[in-house]
Design a protein around this ligand. Structure first.
Ligand SMILES: Cc1ncc(COP(=O)(O)OP(=O)(O)O)c(N)n1
Ligand SMILES: Cc1nc(C(=O)O)sc1CCOP(=O)(O)O
Length: 398
C-alpha cells in the first residue's frame, strides 16, 4: 500500500507499511517492489521508525543516532531525500524527525503532542510535502512546513472526540478554523517583514542611546521584526545587548535577528540571522542554526535570489532601492531592480536602502509579488524620536 503524490515531477512516498497504531499493512512482495522499483525513483521517502526498520531488514531503531544511521542507509537504497519520523521513539519528550538530503543531516524537533487523535498524520505529512514542492519550496522548506502543519493540526485536534476506536483522526481542516485556535502554523511569518527595523551602533552613539533603548522604541512604535546590525560592537557587549533586546522583542511578539554574527545568534538563541553575499553562506548558516531559525539573505539579482531559496533561506533583503549613506559603496538597483528580483523570487522579499517616510509608500505600491515590506535604518534610528518615526512609517506601509 502506498501513499504517493506526483506533483511538478516530484515523487513523495510515505511507505505505509506499519500504521502509527502498530498494525502491519503490507506483505513481503510489496516490500520487494518498494526496495527494487519505487525507492530508486523517489524524491523523498518518509518512513516512521518501524517502517525504516522494515526497509532495512529489521534493524531496531532506538535513538536519534540510530535514526541518522537509518536515514543514511535508506538513502543508499536510492531516494534523493529521506525523512525518518521519530514520533514513536520511546523515552523522548519531543517528536524528533531526522532529515537527510545526501549531504547534511537535520534533526527537526517539535514538542510531542499528547493526543489519541493521530490517525492519518503520515499520509498528510507526505501530501503536504508534495504540495509545498509544487508551490516551489526547496525540499527542506517543504518538510519543515509540512511538519509545522502536522504539529499545529495535532495540537488543534488533540481534544476532539470522533468515533469509538482507540485512535481518532486528526483535523485536516484546521486552516479553515485557525483563527479560533491559538496554534501557530509556521515559525516564520512573511507578514513580519512589513516594517523591518535594522539597528546601527554609530547612530545610537550619535544620539546617546543604548541598543536596547533604540530597539524598545522601535517595537513600541510598531516595528514588526528587528535586526541588530552592530558593526563595531565588542562580542561580549553585543551578546549582552542581544539578550536584553531579545527579551524586549519577545515581550511584543516581535522576532529578533542578528546581522552576520551566527555565533552571537546561537549564543543568545535569537530568532535568526541576516547574511550578505560575502558573509557565511546561507546553506552553512542553515546547518549551523538548524531548521527552526529564520535566515535572511541580501540579494541584488534574480540569480542570487534563486540561490538563497536553494540554500534554505526564509526571506530576501533586496536593495539598495535608493541611494543610502548607511552602507558604504552600496550599489543602487532602483525600483526596477527590486521588481525584477521580486518577480523571480520564490521567497518573501523585504526592500532596503534609502527608504523612509518620503518614499515607503512608493515602494509598497510597486505591488510586486512577494514584496512583504520595507527594511529601514536611518529613517528610524538616525532621528530624535524613534518611537514617533516608527509609528508614522508603520501607518504608511500598513
Ligand atoms: C533586511 C536586510 N537586507 C539587506 C541587508 C544587508 O546585509 P549585508 O549585505 O550583509 O550588508 P551589511 O548589513 O552586513 O552591511 C541587511 N542587513 N538587512
Ligand atoms: C544595510 C543595508 N543593506 C543594503 C542593501 O542594499 O543590501 S542598503 C543598507 C542600508 C540601509 O540603510 P538606510 O535605511 O539608512 O538607507
Amino acid at each position: 500500500m502506498l501513499s504517493s503524490s506526483w506533483l511538478k515531477a516530484a515523487l513523495v512516498v510515505d511507505p505505509v507499511m506499519i500504521s502509527t497504531s502498530g498494525d502491519v499493512l503490507v506483505g513481503p512482495s510489496v516490500l520487494a517492489g518498494f526496495l527494487e522499483e519505487l525507492l530508486p525513483m523517489t524524491d523523498i521517502v518518509t518512513p516512521n521508525i518501524k517502517e525504516a526498520s522494515v526497509l532495512l531488514g529489521g534493524v531496531p531503531l532506538k535513538s536519534v543516532s540510530d535514526m541518522r544511521t537509518a536515514a543514511k542507509l535508506i538513502h543508499d537504497l536510492g531516494p534523493r531525500n529521506v525523512l525518518v519520523k521519530g514520533g514513536d521513539l520511546p523515552n523522548s519528550l519531543d517528536a524528533i524527525d531526522v532529515f537527510f538530503d545526501g549531504e547534511e543531516f537535520y534533526e527537526l524537533c517539535s514538542p510531542r503532542v499528547n493526543t489519541r487523535n493521530s490517525h492519518g498524520t503520515g499520509c498528510t505529512l507526505a501530501s503536504c510535502i508534495a504540495a509545498e514542492l509544487a508551490k516551489g519550496s526547496s525540499m527542506l522548506s517543504a518538510v519543515k512546513t509540512a511538519k509545522h502543519f502536522i504539529e499545529a493540526a495535532l495540537d488543534y485536534s488533540r481534544d476532539m472526540t470522533i468515533g469509538n476506536g482507540a485512535q481518532g483522526p486528526f483535523d485536516h481542516f484546521l486552516a479553515l478554523n485557525i483563527n479560533q485556535s491559538s496554534c501557530r502554523l509556521n515559525r516564520f511569518n512573511p507578514n513580519d517583514l512589513l516594517l523591518y527595523a535594522v539597528t546601527d551602533s554609530a547612530m545610537n552613539r550619535k544620539w546617546g542611546r543604548s541598543i536596547a533603548e533604540a530597539v524598545k522604541a522601535a517595537v513600541e512604535g510598531g516595528a514588526t521584526i528587528v535586526q541588530l546590525r552592530e558593526k563595531d560592537a565588542e562580542t561580549r557587549d553585543f551578546l549582552e545587548a542581544a539578550k536584553v533586546c531579545l527579551e524586549i522583542c519577545h515581550s511584543y511578539g516581535v522576532p529578533l535577528l542578528i546581522n552576520d554574527r551566527i555565533d552571537v545568534a546561537l549564543a543568545c538563541d535569537a530568532d535568526g540571522v541576516h547574511v550578505g553575499q560575502s558573509d557565511m553562506p546561507a546553506r552553512l548558516a542553515r546547518t549551523l542554526l538548524g531548521p527552526e531559525k529564520i535566515i535572511g539573505v541580501s540579494c541584488k539579482t534574480p540569480e542570487q535570489a534563486h540561490q538563497a531559496w536553494i540554500d534554505g533561506a526564509d526571506y530576501i533583503g533586496c536593495g539598495g532601492v535608493y541611494p543610502t549613506n548607511t552602507k558604504a559603496n552600496n550599489r543602487t538597483i532602483g525600483l526596477e531592480g527590486l521588481k525584477e528580483v521580486c518577480l523571480a523570487s520564490t521567497l518573501p522579499v523585504v526592500a532596503i536602502g534609502g527608504i523612509g517616510l518620503s518614499n515607503a509608500r512608493e515602494v509598497m505600491k510597486l505591488g510586486a509579488p512577494n514584496l512583504n515590506g520595507v527594511a529601514v535604518v536611518s529613517a528610524l534610528f538616525d532621528r530624535e524620536c524613534i518611537l514617533t518615526e516608527t509609528r508614522n512609517l508603520h501607518a504608511l506601509v500598513s
